[in-house]
Design a protein around this ligand. Structure first.
Ligand code: ZN
Length: 207
């Protein structure tokens, strides 16, 4: 990570180990978004070879002077706003990631407090076999009412309520999403994802 950073997930690209390019406008021909990250790895010790491989993430790449130690080592390229652009299916609803991201990063903190990484959806295996979701809210956010949170989700622009009318009714009736107050889970790479599939993610280290 970069300190001081402008974005909560801002880091430096270690360009001696990995090459990252983005397709830009040319990508549309291949179904790739403008800012898709295409990785090639350069480390001689890597266990597998990647050449322009997409892992379904997009991000912003930029160069700026930040003055941190990574810059001093020659890693001057910054990466931030890392997103998965794949569709998310959770508890019977299909969301477009950008909608979920906007709600979690902007709409919920704007209404209930906290910051862009205070909220996360975690998929749970429900006992009845039907998926359930936890909305993990960092304790730095204010008081949360489950019904209000769910309505905020379903009423935000881009929500799938028109195509999944039955499911959104179920969501609104309650029991599908529950609110948990704790720090968001991180992935193996330490990234805080917006939606964590069942069985993935781990609690942040408390060391
Ligand atoms: Zn930096």
């Amino acid at each position: 990570m970069c300190q001081p950073c402008y974005y909560p997930d801002e880091g430096h690209l270690l360009h001696d180990l990995v090459v990252v390019i983005q397709p830009g406008l040319d990508g549309s021909e291949f179904g790739l978004r403008l800012n898709t990250l295409l990785f090639s790895n350069l480390a001689p010790t890597a266990s597998f070879l990647l050449i322009n491989a997409s892992i379904g993430d997009e991000a912003v790449l930029a160069s700026r002077d930040c003055g941190c130690g990574f810059e001093g080592m020659g890693w001057t390229r910054h990466i931030h706003s890392i997103r998965s652009f794949e569709k998310l299916t959770a508890a019977g609803m299909t969301f477009v990631d950008s909608h979920v991201v906007r709600v979690l990063e902007e709409v919920l903190p704007g209404r209930f407090g906290g910051g862009p990484i205070s909220f996360q959806l975690v998929e749970e295996e429900a006992e009845n076999g039907r998926g359930a979701l936890s909305l993990v809210a960092h304790p730095d956010a204010g008081p949360l009412d489950e019904t209000e949170v769910i309505n905020t989700f379903l009423d935000a622009p881009g929500a799938p309520s028109t195509t999944d009318a039955l499911m959104s009714d179920l969501w609104r009736q309650g029991g599908v999403v529950r609110v948990e107050r704790r720090a968001p889970l991180t992935s193996q790479s330490g990234k805080i994802g917006h939606l964590v599939p069942a069985g993935h993610g781990r609690a942040p280290s408390t060391e």
